[in-house]
Write a protein that binds this ligand. Structure first.
Ligand SMILES: Cc1cc2nc3c(=O)[nH]c(=O)nc-3n(C[C@H](O)[C@H](O)[C@H](O)COP(=O)(O)OP(=O)(O)OC[C@H]3O[C@@H](n4cnc5c(N)ncnc54)[C@H](O)[C@@H]3O)c2cc1C
Length: 376
């Protein structure tokens, strides 16, 4: 029987672990077989989702690349890609039940890597991949059409996704009214860059409303003068009528297929400093499914590298080493396609530098190297 490693999730964490195992661990274990399972046949570059929803700015291939061709260089017997959803994991029997478009499979593994990340609470939101590629792209395209048609847009939730979305829309469409609702008294959860980011949004013409927590929203019936509009209700009782309501709040871990014994109280996965999932044998995790110290592709990148290395060490009878994260906390937020706000640890990054680091491309140039493994 081949040495089988099942990797769940075809995003930052899963793709890197799969490539590293195939590129490096296969050198010492010729019988290695990596099975990568992902709901989405493509790698969706979620950092660019905030720009992808603005019609006419990005081409689809800049934020959505097929995964399978990136693995074509490995021997056929050492890699399998399954487009499907992990629905249950028996961590004692070491099996995962995967549902695909054509049926169901039970995969047996020697090691299991969890990289199924998180999703936004609103199932139709376009910010992160949450479904088949057809569903993800349909969500992006329908948001593009709605943004094109709307004159008044409410973006709710003033975390990085909300701030960037409001900035991207207003940068492109100076004739649209864009309102950003922040539940708290400051945007970005009161981070040190909140004031700068707010100033950048105001310069762009975004209306920033602080202390504006949304308690509900409903679409008005199609007929009548206000037909098709959405009424958004705030905690203070105020209502806002808008052509388009874009919520960016609320993120959930994709861990429903896992037993409670490997989860923390908040339903994220419990890992040790080596990236090993607690209360299970030969199970590892990386990325947003842990969201510790925070959800970040830079952290997912480090955790994936650490997990791939530790699996390799274990398979070669060596001691695992702690996963190394980045030494400084970096937070950069693009505001439109020319400016932004950011910091490296406590040191401010100037607006133009944020544009150069993030806003110019939203990192899309890194995508091909992750899909084909040349980055690792
Ligand atoms: C708009 C935006 C901007 C961002 N900007 C930054 C930034 O500037 N800096 C930064 O560091 N981070 C940023 N991030 C965060 C970063 O993108 C995430 O940390 C990153 O996506 C984590 O990757 P991941 O591999 O852990 O999982 P995810 O990207 O969450 O992907 C999980 C994958 O698993 C699949 N999946 C889910 N459930 C199942 C299942 N049951 N079976 C099979 N497959 C499944 C999904 O389809 C998806 O492909 C940003 C995120 C967004 C949305």
């Amino acid at each position: 029987m081949a040495l089988t490693i099942v990797v769940l999730g075809g995003s930052f964490a899963g793709l890197q672990v799969a490539h590293r195992l195939l590129k490096h661990t296969r050198n010492t274990h010729k019988d290695l077989k990596v099975i990568l399972v992902s709901k989405d046949s493509h790698f969706f570059w979620n950092l660019a989702s905030v720009r992808a929803v603005v019609p006419g700015v990005l081409k689809e291939e800049q934020y959505n690349l097929p995964i399978e061709p990136g693995f074509a260089k490995y021997p056929a017997e050492s890699f399998e890609f399954i487009v499907g959803s992990a629905e249950a994991a028996d961590l004692d029997a070491k099996t995962v039940r995967v549902v695909t478009a054509t049926g169901e499979r039970s995969l047996s593994y020697d090691h299991l890597v969890l990289g199924t990340g998180t999703r936004y609470m609103d199932p139709n939101s376009p910010w992160k991949a949450n479904g088949t590629n057809e569903e993800v792209m349909a969500s992006v395209k329908s948001t593009q059409e709605k943004i094109r048609a709307a004159k008044h847009i409410v973006v709710a939730g003033a975390g990085a996704t909300g701030v960037e979305t409001a900035g991207e829309i207003r940068f492109e469409f100076k004739d649209k009214e864009v309102v950003l609702l922040s539940g708290g008294d400051q945007i970005l959860g009161g981070d040190a860059i909140a004031g700068n980011a707010e100033q950048e949004l105001i310069k762009l013409g975004v209306q920033v409303k602080l202390g504006a927590r949304v308690t509900g929203s409903h679409e008005l019936p199609d007929e009548g003068a206000q037909g098709g509009k959405t009424e958004v209700t705030l905690a203070n009782g105020e209502t806002i009528l808008t052509d388009l309501y874009l919520p960016t709040m609320g993120v959930l871990p994709n861990t429903e297929y896992l037993p409670a014994k490997v989860l923390r109280d908040d339903k994220y996965v419990l890992v040790d400093e080596f990236g090993r999932v607690q209360n299970a044998e030969n199970v590892w995790a990386a990325g947003d499914i842990i969201s510790e110290p925070k959800s970040s592709f830079i952290i997912a990148d480090k955790q994936a590298a650490g997990v791939a290395k530790n699996i390799d060490l274990v398979l070669n009878g060596k001691k695992t080493t702690p996963v190394k994260l980045i030494p400084v906390d970096v937070f950069v937020c693009a505001v439109g396609r020319s400016r932004g706000a950011g910091r490296m640890a406590g040191i401010k990054v100037f607006s133009f530098m944020v544009y150069m680091i993030k806003g110019k491309t939203l990192g899309t140039q890194m995508m091909p190297g992750i899909v084909d493994g040349s980055s690792f």
